[in-house]
Design a protein around this ligand. Structure first.
Ligand code: CTP
Length: 224
């Protein structure tokens, strides 16, 4: 009996919000977890679209990659791939979209209110203090989570303090089926520890595993 291949969207890496043509706001995300997820899903036989922020990582075999810069670019690419799209403009799975979304990207919550067309020069500012006005970026996970129907949505969180309680609130607010709570010490490293929190109340801890092993456990979520 042949089983239809699952269609999976993975996001990875940071987003980048330009202040002017040569400066931007971003974060330290390496993109490794998302790339491992995309690779693991492809190895497991899924069709995979990887929406990647600016990172220096090789595209895993069998994965279709869409490079994006800002959070708003990423939202457009995720909507097309996960919720569905027609035409040839972006990578997508057609009108019906994908079966699962793994939102591993570290999306910037804020962007400069205006992107300057020319360089922002020191002399344009005050003598000692400059102010950069920021506006809120869309929440990609919450936006597509609200429209997901019975498709699988997995979010990620990096918390300090009472992480599990915060991650549970995030899971509900963003309509995710699972939130993967990362250990802050894992940033950039090859090994990691995560707690996978489920909508059904379940909590599974994966301790000191390689990111490859964690990725394999995560792409098994929601698989029949
Ligand atoms: N996320 C997103 N769009 C954003 C911000 C975050 O899709 N604008 C996604 C991330 O990809 C991740 C999850 O939401 O899967 C958790 O992100 P996090 O930054 O921890 O959540 P916030 O809502 O920003 O909460 P806070 O910064 O208050 O912890």
């Amino acid at each position: 009996m042949s089983v239809a291949r699952r269609k999976v969207v993975v996001t990875a890496g940071p987003t980048r919000e330009h202040v002017d043509p040569v400066r931007y706001i971003s974060n330290e995300s390496s993109g490794r977890m998302g790339f491992e997820l995309a690779a693991a899903a492809a190895r497991a036989g899924d069709r995979v679209i990887l929406v990647a922020g600016p990172v220096h990582l090789e595209t895993p075999p069998g994965v279709t990659r869409v490079d994006v810069t800002s959070a708003r670019d990423m939202l457009a690419a995720v909507k097309a791939a996960f919720l569905g799209a027609e035409g040839r403009s972006r990578a997508h799975f057609g009108k019906t979209g994908a079966d699962a979304l793994f939102m591993a990207a570290a999306v910037g919550d804020w962007r400069p209110k205006r992107r300057r067309a020319g360089k922002w020069r020191a002399k344009d500012c005050g003598d000692e203090v400059a102010t950069l006005e920021l506006v809120r970026n869309p929440d990609i996970l919450a936006t597509v989570g609200a429209a997901k129907g019975d498709r699988l949505v997995v979010g990620f969180a990096l918390e300090t303090g009472d992480g599990v309680r915060r991650a549970r609130r995030k899971l509900v607010r963003k309509s995710a089926d699972h939130i993967v709570l990362n250990d802050p010490t894992a940033l950039g490293g090859a090994r990691t520890s995560v707690t996978v929190i489920g909508r059904d109340g379940g909590e599974v801890r994966l301790i000191n595993r390689t990111k490859r092993a964690v990725a394999e456990a995560l792409v098994a979520l929601g698989r029949p």
